[in-house]
Design a protein around this ligand. Sequence first.
Ligand code: C2E
Ligand code: MG
Ligand code: MG
Length: 399
Amino acid sequence: MPFASNEQLNSPSMPAQQRSSARGHLAVLDDEAMFCEFVGEAADICGYDAFFTTRPDAFFQHIERHPAAVIVLDLLMPGMDGMQALRRLAEEGVKACILLASGADGQVLDNAICLGREHGLNMTGIIRKPIDLDALRELLESQVQVVSPVIQAHLEAALSGDELKLHYQPILDLRTGRPVGVEALVRWHHPQLGLVMPSAFVPLAEQGGLIGALTDWALAEAVTQNAAWRSAGTMLKIAVNVSNASAPDPGLPERLERMCSDAGLPPSAIALELTESVATGDPARAMELFVRLRSKGFDLSIDDFGTGYSSLAQLQRLPFTSLKIDRSFVSSVLSSDASASIVLAIISLAHALGLTCIAEGVESAETLLFLKENGCDCAQGYHIARPMPATDIPAFCRA
Ligand code: C2E
Ligand code: MG
Ligand code: MG
C-alpha cells in the first residue's frame, strides 16, 4: 500500500499556527496517496491548516492533538473502513464537519451519511471521486467560517467598497428548456483571504446587525443589473435571497419599489427568496409585509422548501408565487426512494396551491429528466450552470 503523510509540516519544528489557518485544522484519511495530497493542497489554498495521511493510526493520533474543524474520510479503505472510522470518531466525541470521499454509488454514501448522523456526527457533505477541483474548493470553503473577528472587522468596509459581487445562477424552464431567471448569490473577494462564500459571512452579518445593509446592497445591485440586461435584450427574472433576519423590515416594499422605478424595471422582474421559518417569529407582521410586497408586484419564493418546520396552513395563507425544493432532496432523488417520494409530493403540493415549482441542486442529466417527466416547472443546479459573473449571463442565454 502506498504511504503518504504531510506529518512533517505539522512537526514541532514548524508549529501549525505559523501557517495559514484562517479556517482551522483539516485532516484527511484516505488510502490513496494522490487523493490525500490533492485534497491537502486544495485545503491549504482555502486557508485550512491541512494534515493528510493514508494511515488510520496516524490520523487518530493527529486529531487527538489538533482537534480538526473539518475531516475528509474515505469510505472504502483496506484495514479500517469508513464506517468503523465513523464509529470511532463518534466514540471520541468529534465535533468536526465530516466529508465522506468515495467513488461508491449514491445509495452507499447516503447510508453512510445516515449512519454518521445516527452516531451524532456532523456529516456535512460528499466528495465524489474522480475529483473536480472547483467543486472541491467550493465544498471546502463552505464548511467553516473564516475566523470571525477577521470577517466582522472587514465586512462593514466591504459593504461600502467593491469587494462584494453578485454571481448569477441560471434557472431553466423545463418545458421550453430556456433560461427564465437567475438566482443572485453574493461572493466576497477579500484582498487577503481570497474568495469567501456566503455561508462564511451571511450568518455574521445577521449577528452583527449588517444584514439589512447587505440585503439592500444585493437588491440595488440586482435591480441595476437586471435593467442593464433588459435594455440589451436579455429578459430574466432575478431572485434575491432575503435573510429572515432582515425580512421583518417594514420599509422594504417601498424602498424596493423606488429602486425599481428609478431603474425603469417592472417589479415582476424581481423575486425575493425567503425560507420557511421566516413567518415563525411574528406571523402577522410577516404576513402584512408579504402582502404588501405582492401587491406591489414582486414575486415571493420559499427557499429550501422541505427543510423547515412550516405548517401547510401557513403555506396556504402566505402569498408566495413559487417554491424551491431543497437540494438535499433533489440531489438524492435517483438514489433514494424516500427523496423521490418527497420531491413528487412537493411538486404536486406546489401545483395544488398554484405555485411554480423550482428544483435546486440539479447535478445530473438523469435528475433533470426525472424532474421534467414528473412535471416540475423549473430547475437550477451545477448540471445546468454554476453561479457566474453577470457578464457571462447574456452569452449563456444565447447558447
Ligand atoms: P440558497 O439560496 O439555497 O442558494 C443555493 C446554493 O446552492 C448556492 O450556494 C449555490 O451555489 C448552491 N448550488 C447551486 N446549484 C448546486 C448544485 O447543483 N449542487 C450543489 N451542491 N450546490 C448547488 P452559495 O452561493 O454558497 O449560497 C449559499 C447560501 O447563502 C444561499 O443558499 C443563501 O441562503 C445564502 N446567500 C447567498 N447569497 C445571499 C445574499 O445575497 N443574501 C443573503 N441574505 N443570503 C445569501
Ligand atoms: Mg436561495
Ligand atoms: Mg436554496
